[in-house]
Design a binder for this molecule. Structure first.
Ligand SMILES: [Zn+2]
Ligand SMILES: [Zn+2]
Length: 255
């Protein structure tokens, strides 16, 4: 499996970090996790295989995770020759179809009939769905918005966990336990902490509970980059930590 962080920013405009979006390539599956503003153009800039995306999974419905959905669908229809014909599966928590209907009404009436098959799969938190080629996507409810979930992507005994946006949650660490990569949000410094997001301190505690082989941090507001994120995390988690940037990637080898 390969994980690429496409957009490592949050809601603040940042020339180096666009909104949330991450690509997992596993066998024949190309799974885009979230699709916030800037993600589509960033994929082109990074030379990623955006036409080859097979699945899209949304953690929640905030704009910084969803606002490039129509941009991507339009790109598949009008931004390449020939237009896309391959089916697309969109996975998300209950309410995803209604969200897509709203985007269709506001942005592009062909959003759900773009000339290729679009299957919307609403996944109950705690559920799992097969993406094909031995790839399983499972979700877990997290405290952020009513619908928010974290995702786990597994193939051949390897596992990537993505927190999406979340407040500290004592049950999330055990759920992510032993994963190969924990891709975790790290939004704000402790002095600006808000309900619904992690700080370097709380993400360090999460990692201490989950013990991932690698902790990768994302979803940065500019203010959190003014503190020593690495030291604050290291005081709580002694494993390897990456401060991801747009275009960072890692290959996870299979046995
Ligand atoms: Zn967010
Ligand atoms: Zn959010």
């Amino acid at each position: 499996m390969r994980l690429t962080t496409i957009g490592t920013g949050a809601a603040a405009p940042d020339p180096a970090r666009v909104n949330a979006g991450h690509l997992v390539e596993a066998g024949g599956v190309r799974l885009l996790l979230d699709c916030g503003s800037g993600v589509v153009h960033r994929m082109a800039g990074l030379g990623l295989d955006w036409p080859g995306i097979t699945h899209l999974a949304l953690t929640h419905f905030h704009a910084d995770h969803t606002s490039d959905l129509a941009t991507l669908m339009v790109a598949w229809r009008h931004g390449q020759l020939p237009p896309r014909s391959a089916p697309l599966v969109v996975v998300g928590p209950p309410g995803t179809r209604a969200l897509l209907d709203r985007h269709a009404a506001a942005l592009w009436d062909k959003l759900l009939t773009p000339g290729f098959p679009v299957e919307v799969r609403e996944l109950e938190p705690g559920g799992a769905t097969e993406l094909g080629d031995g790839v399983t996507l499972s979700s877990r409810k997290v405290p952020h918005t009513d619908e928010s979930v974290a995702y786990s992507v597994e193939r051949s005994g390897r596992r990537i966990v993505y927190t999406g946006d979340t407040a500290p949650d004592a049950a999330l660490g055990p759920w992510a336990a032993g994963c190969d990569v924990l891709l975790a949000e790290c939004s704000l410094p402790a002095e600006m902490a808000v309900a619904g997001h992690l700080t370097p301190e709380s993400v360090g505690e999460l990692a201490a509970a989950a013990r991932p082989a690698l902790l990768a941090l994302t979803h940065f507001y500019p203010s959190v980059e003014r503190v020593d994120v690495r030291a604050l995390v290291a005081a709580r988690f002694d494993g390897p930590v990456v401060i991801a940037h747009d275009g960072w990637s890692i290959d996870i080898e299979h046995e």
